[in-house]
Design a protein around this ligand. Structure first.
Ligand code: AMP
Length: 304
């Protein structure tokens, strides 16, 4: 099945209490596309500037990511700087320069217009809607978002929610969007806004999945060594979407979505072991299967 992913492609600076790295490959679209590429071929839609290093283009191409939808224009690539506290769940955006994203309207190549699965990784909801407007209704539409858009683009976000099958967001964003303290209530309230399915990520505490009449709670891999949580959410979403795209049956069941949550959690757990996308560069499918099995063992218990 074909998968279309749109999102940011950026150059990041990331500061943790122990390390600082500049000019890293980043962006929601980059993480999502690379994670999805472990499961299925990816068509990436986004924009970079003339300063975008050719080695990153080569990396995408090596991962079978089609770049006909990645515009390259004169100017500077989007730049973002994030700084983490000792509690790596707490991050501050220190700087963001949208640069070539400032006046970008995604244009979807003809060959991308009939995708089976679409992942709208985190960018402005108006751009996410613009992508949907240019394609045939796919089998399954996934959208990711962030606190910024809940705060400054609530109307666009509400319109987007009417059109997606699954919204992925983290716990604090779910609370911000719904003004609920209970994540269970928040999940149900978000479903009432449009998406039949909602995934609420809880960082190192796992993920909750709300389906039409179903609920699933997935733990997180007990990692000891976290270097850089940047992109964990995008990696989760990318692997989730990529796994769904790899299935050959027509109707996606709740069991499929549960497995997608586990694959998303597995890829995200690898991603945070190193800065930028470095860990994903050295990953192969046997590593993914190893951790999938561990997730399964961790959540298994006997019947009464
Ligand atoms: P995450 O850690 O999953 O929230 O994703 C972090 C990535 O999102 C970084 O690589 C940033 O380049 C990118 N990013 C940060 N802010 C934005 C934004 N406003 N729009 C799109 N992408 C962003």
């Amino acid at each position: 099945m074909s998968i279309l992913i749109t999102g940011s492609v950026a150059l990041d600076s990331v500061i943790t209490p122990l390390e600082k790295h500049d000019n890293l490959l980043g962006g929601s679209g980059s993480y999502a596309a690379v994670a999805a590429s472990f499961f299925s071929p990816v068509n990436l839609v986004g924009i970079v500037g003339s300063d975008f290093p050719p080695e990153h283009i080569a990396f995408f191409k090596n991962r079978q990511i089609d770049l006909a939808g990645l515009e390259r224009v004169e100017g500077a690539t989007m730049r973002w700087t994030g700084e983490y506290e000792w509690d790596l769940n707490v991050r501050h955006t220190r700087a963001i320069a949208l640069n070539v994203f400032e006046n970008y309207t995604p244009s979807i190549p003809e060959a991308y217009r009939t995708p089976e699965i679409v992942l709208l990784a985190n960018i402005a909801p108006a751009l996410q809607i613009h992508v949907l407007d240019q394609i045939q209704r796919p089998r399954f539409i996934i959208a990711d978002t962030m606190d910024l858009w809940i705060n400054i683009a609530a109307t666009d976000l509400a319109t987007l929610l009417q059109r997606v099958d699954l919204l992925i967001l983290n716990d604090s964003e779910a609370r911000l969007l719904t003004t609920e303290t209970s994540l269970i209530r928040a999940g149900k309230k978000i479903q009432a806004l449009g998406p039949k399915n909602v995934a609420i990520k809880k960082g190192e505490h796992g993920c909750l999945l709300f389906g039409e009449n179903n609920f699933f709670s997935c733990g997180a891999y007990p990692l000891e060594d976290i270097h850089d949580p940047t992109g964990a959410g995008d990696t989760f979403a990318g692997a989730f979407a990529g796994y769904l795209a790899s299935l050959d049956h027509a109707d996606l069941s709740f069991d499929d979505l549960k497995k997608a949550v586990v694959y998303g959690s597995v890829l995200a757990s690898y991603n945070v072991e190193a800065f930028s996308l470095e860990r994903l560069r050295t990953l192969d499918f046997s590593h993914i299967e190893d951790r999938y099995r561990i997730f399964r063992a961790m959540s298994h218990f006997e019947q009464i």
